[in-house]
Design a protein around this ligand. Structure first.
Ligand SMILES: Cc1cc2nc3c(=O)[nH]c(=O)nc-3n(C[C@H](O)[C@H](O)[C@H](O)COP(=O)(O)OP(=O)(O)OC[C@H]3O[C@@H](n4cnc5c(N)ncnc54)[C@H](O)[C@@H]3O)c2cc1C
Length: 283
């Protein structure tokens, strides 16, 4: 694969998160985390586990999803968002790294609700960290609200930590603001339905009796046999269209297609889509 990339001079960009795309005058404009790109054709192949968006108001939204390098947070207060095992794991691992480095800066662990849902093993690791002197501060019911760029050009996330009704429609609000580079959000994953919807690809919502494979309420994207979506020039392949999609057939009828989430299926989809794109170009 690496040899092919070198031979064909394929311009891969790592650490680029797809955000959205718009139709332009001559194709599409894709907005990613670190830039915008023009393209005539787009293949969406982002798998089935899309990180849930924090959904905060404002421009600055790039937030880490995992603890890539604990050293990046040594010497800085860090905010971990999420009430499940993944967040708890990150809290315990970072706390350990900070203790090993004699770093007393705290880890703030926040969750939207009052309850954290973690299993016994993770709770034991976390309890051990607290007993060994980890500086972990828990923020229950804290709401991520605003992503903004401050006057020094630093991307920051503001979370609302307390709200008191002062009467007559007035609220006293307490908030904390963290540099995005010291925020890690472990708030789970979702299917790609919301992304397909956001970019305007047609989907069908499964209701009772309509789908055999898709669960009730699931959204199935509509694709041609070549995996082209309802928007000409945008294709969707692989895990992103599993476990099922709706195939629009030549005569215009629709058929629900089972789509197993396997490497073989993803590669077969890619071949079909790319053959179709190549055929369009030579036509
Ligand atoms: C634990 C496990 C074991 C498995 N074992 C097998 C097996 O033995 N055999 C088999 O055939 N299949 C197996 N599978 C299934 C297989 O991994 C998938 O079918 C296959 O990886 C789907 O390929 P894909 O390219 O569509 O998606 P993925 O391989 O999931 O790749 C999607 C890529 O898109 C990236 N991405 C997501 N969102 C964005 C975004 N917004 N911007 C930019 N990039 C983004 C992701 O980081 C990822 O790199 C397994 C899956 C799991 C979870």
């Amino acid at each position: 694969m690496e040899a092919l990339v070198a031979e064909r001079d394929i311009a891969i960009q790592f650490q680029q998160e797809f955000k959205t795309l718009e139709s332009g005058r001559d194709g599409f404009v894709v907005t990613a985390s670190r830039g915008r790109f023009r393209a005539k054709t787009i293949i969406l192949a982002f798998g089935s586990n899309i990180p849930v968006d924090l959904g905060v108001y404002g421009e600055a939204k790039t937030i880490a999803r995992t603890l890539d390098n604990p050293k990046d947070h040594i010497g800085f207060s860090t905010l971990i968002i999420g009430g499940g095992n993944a967040a708890a794991d990150v809290v315990a691992a970072l706390s350990r790294a900070k203790r090993d480095a004699d770093d007393a800066t705290p880890i703030f662990w926040s969750n939207r609700t009052e309850h954290f849902e973690i299993n016994k093993d993770v709770a034991r690791d976390l309890g051990e960290e607290i007993l060994l002197g980890g500086h972990i501060r828990i923020l229950q019911g804290a709401q991520p609200r605003i992503g903004e760029v401050d006057e020094d050009g630093v991307d920051r996330l503001t979370i609302l930590t307390q709200e008191i009704d002062a009467g007559s429609g007035v609220f006293l609000k307490q908030a904390m603001s963290f540099p995005m580079k010291h925020v890690i959000a472990c708030i789970g994953t979702q299917g790609p339905g919301p992304i397909f919807e956001q970019i305007g690809l047609q989907q069908i919502t499964c209701t009772e009796g309509v789908c055999r494979i898709g669960k009730e309420g699931a959204q199935l994207v509509i694709l041609s046999p070549d995996h082209q979506s309802s928007t000409k020039g945008i294709y969707a392949i692989g895990g992103a269209v599993s476990p099922a999609y709706i195939e629009i057939q030549e005569e215009g009828s629709f058929k629900e297609r089972k789509h197993t989430n396997l490497i073989f299926t993803a590669v077969a989809d890619a071949v079909r889509a790319v053959d179709h794109i190549a055929a369009q170009r030579t036509a």
